[in-house]
Each structure stands twice: as structure tokens, then as C-alpha cells.
Design a protein around this ligand. Structure first.
Ligand code: SF4
Length: 181
């Protein structure tokens, strides 16, 4: 009968053996395992370039400068667009909420985002953030369609796509996860 250190080593060895066997014969690992765990939550994987861009998206210090001049767009959006600072600080930080963030950003033309990049004291790259949000919202919708056959968020984004400001920048699809391997 084992006890003490010998028992601990035996338990560890048994656990290691089980993990190795499971990884070899019992289901996905790595990115496939990530997708198995998180696709249902609308969390697509990030590419290395997207991961590298995240700190830039998080530089906001809530000064409010990017909200200057946004009153008309906020009113016209009928609640979809709460102002750029709120998008930067809130909905663009939670990937499952990216459909709402993409809808909000569809109310801000690319040229306006470019102008505001010049006035943001911390240099938040609004256009790059908008492309990232659209890309991941699109990927999350695709995951939802794969999993359920329908996605209510599609309706909101289809409406956004019909708005003139929705045609901003490069297509989201070209920044989707081709690098995620
Ligand atoms: S201007 Fe820049 S730092 Fe200021 S609230 Fe907007 S994103 Fe944040």
C-alpha cells in the first residue's frame, strides 16, 4: 500500500497518463478545442495580429473628446449609437456584444473616425477598432448560424449594412481569422 510521497507521485503519474491518452485518442485539442468550447458563446479566435492590436484598443482614458460633435448621430441612431467613447469603453470590449458595437459604429462614417483619431489624446485607432469589431461580429454571426441555423443579431446588422455609413473601410471578412491556425 502506497502512502505519502509515493502515493502523490503515483496519483500524478496516473493523471498525466490519463491526460496524454485523452489528448491522443479522445477528441480535439488546441484551436479545435477552443472552438468547441467557445463557438457557442460567440467567441471566435483571434489572429496574432489581432492580439497585438488589442492594447491599442484599450488606451481610452474616458476624456470624452471623441464624443464632441456626436449629438446628431446619437439622436439619429435612435439608441443604437451611444457615442464613440461608450463604444470604445464598453461594447467593443466584450466580443459577444460586438453585433451591438458594429451597429453603433455603422452610424459613424470612416472619415469621422479618421478625424477623431487626430484628436484622441491616447491615439485610439478608431478605424482599426471598427474593422476589428465588424470582423468579429461577422465571425460570431457565422458561428451562430452554424450552431443554430439562425441569428437574431443578423437582422440588426443587416439593417446596419443598409445604412450609408455602414460601407466603412475594408470588408470585415478580410480581417477574419485566416491567421488563426
Ligand atoms: S478621445 Fe480617446 S481617450 Fe478620449 S474618450 Fe475618446 S477614445 Fe477615450
Amino acid at each position: 500500500m502506497l502512502s505519502g510521497r509515493a502515493l502523490a507521485l503515483a496519483v500524478l503519474a496516473w493523471s498525466l497518463l490519463k491526460v496524454v491518452v485523452r489528448r491522443l485518442f479522445d477528441g480535439p485539442s488546441g484551436l479545435a478545442l477552443f472552438r468547441e468550447n467557445y463557438d457557442a458563446d460567440g467567441l471566435p479566435p483571434l489572429s496574432p495580429a489581432e492580439r497585438a492590436a488589442l492594447p491599442g484598443f484599450s488606451r481610452c482614458i474616458a476624456c470624452g473628446r471623441c464624443d464632441l460633435g456626436e449629438a446628431e448621430r446619437i439622436a439619429a441612431s435612435r439608441g443604437a449609437y451611444p457615442g464613440l467613447m461608450t463604444v470604445v469603453l464598453a461594447s467593443s470590449r466584450s466580443m459577444p456584444d460586438f453585433d451591438a458595437a458594429a451597429l453603433a459604429l455603422s452610424h459613424v462614417p470612416e472619415a469621422v473616425l479618421a478625424e477623431k483619431e487626430q484628436t484622441c489624446p491616447t491615439g485610439v485607432p478608431f478605424r482599426e477598432l471598427a474593422r476589428f469589431v465588424r470582423s468579429k461580429a461577422s465571425a460570431a454571426r457565422a458561428l451562430a448560424l452554424d450552431g443554430e441555423g439562425s441569428a437574431p443579431a443578423d437582422l440588426a446588422l443587416a439593417a446596419a449594412a443598409a445604412s450609408p455609413a455602414a460601407a466603412l473601410g475594408p470588408s470585415s471578412a478580410d480581417r477574419a481569422a485566416p491567421e488563426a491556425t
